[in-house]
Design a protein around this ligand. Structure first.
Ligand code: UD1
Ligand code: PEP
Length: 434
């Protein structure tokens, strides 16, 4: 088991250059398989999910040159072979599902392991993806522990589709299929998160025309030969928010580079609900101590201040645990509403080991009764990246030694997490035991 051990209580101070967003990098990596031309990707983070995808590319026979020191990846998928019986797509990460369309486009067949669930956020459906593959003319067969997807007649046919729900990876899968299908395909109720937009910009760089970028209706004009080229990843708004929140919870002064502050108004207002002021100036975002953490009192009587997470442009669900950590530290009560996942709040019982008081009203809603004195603790993280971080945040704000057991999911999304924390003055280390 790998744990994060922290001696908390020190206000964090310093500057952070954030890495790229895993949820932009992974669909882009999958999309690279759509071209036989060379590509150069800049700002690729050294995270475990990236390593897993690069490994599968190597086994397919692609040229993969990853320079982790500079974050530069040279990729050339020119002489590749896929053997449905031999090749296994990476497990325990959601993004594997986005390798299916390029494998269909290249080889006419793909095999998807059942365990592509990613973080344990409750049931994570694959049916919306299967529906997209079928719409583009694929056939699905159940094989032992996996699904085999075949492109009828070896190619994909364009279509229009209306999603039940604005799903991030289903939208990306639609765009990937549509890019390979000759003709125009339209998706309604498309997801529009910044990482979905970034992925669409990469597709455009490869020569795919996409209308409606950033809206809930995307039309993709597909079937053309795709180019190679160069693409630099943006900064990850999750990582920017995480370091600002770490500054806030330890009453420190943290500055994070942020080239897209226009995506932050709702995140800033959510910080304000806990008495935290964020400023954006000259490409940097800053949290500075601004009195004690305190939940804002609503003007309406008998309601709780609430944070409501749903598909973009709502408050992003992956940031909810980070604000729950602020909620247990801030004086006052707040309600957190996860409108995306059923049962993704089960971990919050771990917070009571620090002495925090939270109440789960139902599988979607949680109330924090914050501001109680807390003490250091040994807590156990589920396989959820942002929960390991939230538990760490609480620990970092309490004087004394705490331990977050099973904290490795953090390595799925944040390169150099511990090194960054040390640069801000945190006493923290990874420890392993059998
Ligand atoms: C690799 C990646 O990008 N992962 C992100 C992606 O996951 P992912 O794209 O897998 O998440 P989805 O948006 O598909 O699903 C989120 C939730 O909606 C439900 N659902 C989905 C489709 C549907 O038709 N009906 C339905 O009810 C799912 O069961 C799940 O509970 O978006 C999530 C929501 O922003 C983030 O938490 C993940 O970090
Ligand atoms: C839940 C996440 O990722 P995944 O969908 O890959 O599990 C995440 O990035 O927070």
């Amino acid at each position: 088991m790998t744990s994060l051990v922290v001696h908390g209580g020190t206000p964090l101070r310093g500057r952070i250059i954030p890495s790229a967003n895993k949820n932009a990098v992974l669909p882009v990596l999958c999309a690279t398989l759509l071209t036989c031309e060379p590509l150069r990707l800049l700002g690729v983070p050294d995270i475990t999910d990236v390593r897993k995808i690069l490994e599968i590319f190597r086994t397919l026979g692609s040229d993969v040159k990853m320079d982790h020191a500079t974050g530069t990846l040279e990729l050339h998928h020119h002489e590749t072979v896929f053997d449905c019986a031999r090749h296994r797509l990476p497990e325990e990460m959601r993004s594997s599902i986005m390798l299916v369309p390029p494998l269909l486009a290249r080889f006419g067949v793909a095999r998807l392991e059942d365990n592509v669930k990613g973080c344990t956020l409750g049931v994570r459906e694959i049916d919306p993806h299967v529906e997209v593959f079928r719409r583009f003319g694929s056939q699905i067969e159940r094989a032992e522990g996996s699904l085999v997807v075949r492109a009828a007649n070896g190619s994909l046919t364009p279509n229009n589709h209306w999603l039940d729900y604005a799903s991030v990876t289903t939208t990306e899968n639609f765009v990937l299929c549509a890019a390979a299908a000759k003709g125009s395909s339209t998706l309604t109720n498309a997801a529009s998160e910044p990482h979905v937009q970034e992925f669409c910009r990469f597709m455009a760089m490869m020569g795919v025309r996409i209308d409606g970028l950033g809206t809930s209706r995307l039309t993709v004009h597909g079937g053309g030969k795709l180019n190679g080229g160069e693409f630099r990843f943006d900064e990850d708004f999750h990582e920017i928010t995480t370091f600002l929140a770490l500054g806030a919870i330890t009453r420190g002064d943290v500055i994070v580079r942020n080239s897209a502050p226009e995506t932050f108004p709702l995140i800033d207002r959510t910080f304000e609900k806990f008495g935290v002021k964020i400023t954006h100036e000259d490409g940097w975002s800053r949290v500075i101590p601004n009195g004690p953490l305190k939940v804002q009192t609503p003007f309406t009587s008998n309601v709780l201040t609430k944070v409501e997470a749903a598909p973009w442009p709502y408050f992003p669900v992956d940031l909810l645990p980070i604000f729950i950590a602020l909620g247990v530290r801030a004086q006052g009560n707040a309600m957190f509403w996860n409108k995306v996942y059923d049962g993704a709040l089960g971990w919050t019982g771990e917070l009571s080991k620090f002495g925090a008081h939270v109440f789960s009203s139902d599988p979607h809603r949680l109330v924090t009764f914050g501001g109680n004195p807390l003490s250091p603790a040994v807590v156990e993280s589920p396989y959820i990246i942002r929960v390991a971080i939230a538990l760490f945040m609480v620990a970092a704000s309490i004087e004394g030694r705490s331990e977050i057991r099973n904290a490795t999911p953090i390595r799925r999304a944040h390169p150099n997490f511990v090194e960054n924390l040390r640069s801000l003055g945190v006493r923290v280390e990874w420890t392993s035991e059998e």
